[in-house]
Design a protein around this ligand. Sequence first.
Ligand SMILES: O=C(O)c1cccc(C(=O)CC[C@H]2O[C@@H](n3cnc4c(=O)[nH]cnc43)[C@H](O)[C@@H]2O)c1
Length: 272
Amino acid sequence: MRVLIVTAVSAERDAVVRGVGATAPELAELPVPGGVLHRLSPAPPTGPPLTVDVLAAGVGPAAAAAGTAAALTAAAVARTPYDLAVSAGIGGGFTLRPAAGPGTTTTAHLGSVVVSDGIVAADLGAETPDGFAAVTDLGFGTVEHLPPAPLVAAVAEATDAVRGTVLTVSTVTGSAERAAELLRRHPRAVAEAMEGFGVAEAAAAQSVPALEVRTVSNAVGPRDRAAWRIGEALEALTGAFATIAPLLGTWTFAPEGTRNEPAGTRKEPGSD
Ligand SMILES: O=C(O)c1cccc(C(=O)CC[C@H]2O[C@@H](n3cnc4c(=O)[nH]cnc43)[C@H](O)[C@@H]2O)c1
């Protein structure tokens, strides 16, 4: 099992490495084109050996996609492809979303963990006289990637996370009006960050499943940088990955089109 975790900045990478490292010391720093992988190998409770590589690829979807693509390609060329790409870091929580109704999820407050069940590019499109149109409305591209649902459920349950759509934006939201507009277009949004869609897009290009895990450092809304709780969010990120790493070690990634599930629960064909 090989997992690539991509963060934006080194503080997030180090927080993830501390979490994964709760069960395994860091093994090596390995150069890849444009970056350095921090490699750990936590002992999985069951199943095949686990390798976790953590990369700080830069801020924003383009840097995330470039770094993810470089690491995935290097691994594929070396015939050691990754089974999963994870976008991880801090993010803004939609703390002022309306009361949860059908199809909505719990609110992501400061310090909480968010696991994305939909990774959505929120500003990839065009402004039109009728308002924003996503690139898909214009007839090309994609604006959403769906992480494997059983993995989302397992990771969210283990980390006591809020589950929902995480938006990827190129501009951090800085007003109540923009936050409300995003929630109107994406009622299931629980958080926003700047890299998830880049990681997922690069992963999808190589048929690698993607996941996004965020811890909430600030509320999405009027800009108040002094109110960002980065230290607490980084600590929560460490705690989340201390829980997630052993879980990943139990996971079997099924061929595309079949269910993903924990190792040991999948029946071999003809074993019934
Ligand atoms: O200043 C620091 O010490 C520091 C440490 C770790 C991370 C940072 C960042 O500024 C990371 C930027 C990163 O965070 C995501 N983020 C966080 N809140 C939001 C938000 O409200 N809207 C969008 N993105 C957010 C984002 O993914 C950035 O890459 C600083």
